[in-house]
Ligand binder design. Sequence first.
Ligand SMILES: Nc1nc2c(ncn2[C@@H]2O[C@H](COP(=O)(O)OP(=O)(O)O)[C@@H](O)[C@H]2O)c(=O)[nH]1
Ligand SMILES: [Mg+2]
Length: 297
Amino acid sequence: MSAFLRPAASGEDPSIGEPERVTAQHYRPVSSHLAIAPPVSVVIPAMNEARNLPYVFRTLPDWIHEVVLVDGDSSDDTVRVARELWPEVKVVAQRGKGKGDALISGFAACTGDIIVMVDADGSADGQEIVSYVSALVSGADFAKGSRFANGGGTDDMTAIRKLGNRVLCAVVNAKFGARYTDLCYGYNAFWRHCLDDITLDCTGFEVETLMNIRVVKAGLKVQEIPSHEYDRIHGVSNLRAVRDGLRVLGVILREKGVPRSARAARAPRTDLAARTARAVSGGTAALRVTIPRGEVS
Ligand SMILES: Nc1nc2c(ncn2[C@@H]2O[C@H](COP(=O)(O)OP(=O)(O)O)[C@@H](O)[C@H]2O)c(=O)[nH]1
Ligand SMILES: [Mg+2]
């Protein structure tokens, strides 16, 4: 993986006083890809994932601005382990139920300009975050993980889940004019401003589908990121293929015919340079998640 570099601070330049000859030694990496680094919040919904968290945190890059863990009333040591592994972790105690509810609470607690959604079961490799962030700083509004884009993959999906995901993805593409290769995948990232356009109002595993539909309806620029989903390390999935597949279908049917938001109809969209400048200077946009539904500690 190529490194993107930034100039070393004064006093660190090994070639002061010599003719200019730029080499990698003159630079310190910001990350493996990035020359600019907006503050990145990672949101981790977790319900009884204490045994998996060491694997998850181990892969997170050290340039992350903050980690927000949304605890779904875990009966194991999820919160204690998270605090041990990442002492600055922001823990949100989820008041409602469901992954969607957890993510909405987590988004509300984020202070970064970019928000990344990462599962707590060890299926997501935090080293991929740089690819998501790269797409966002290069102009995408929403970086959507895909296990079925070229370069992606999955070890974690049963045949029935693959089939269901494929059919539901085809329906979304046909109904909403999207060109997705994956639909129900939890590894995504976006500029915070996207939340202004996709007010979220769901509680369960249908949350990713709802987001994927609403970003298209809002006219946001979506880029798929090839991603590999590993097997959950310990425990079993909370998802039930039929029950949750029907919930996803329900969302797709309900969303059909909902008018594009007024903001989406407005063109042109926010200028990238202005957004990037805002991000680099640490500015934050207003966040439209109306009810903060968890206690942060
Ligand atoms: N806080 C919270 N997290 C949840 C809830 N349901 C699922 N999760 C988390 O969401 C992530 C994905 O859930 P998982 O059971 O692995 O579903 P799958 O990846 O679709 O098989 C995991 O990190 C779970 O711990 C919930 O109700 N509350
Ligand atoms: Mg999982």
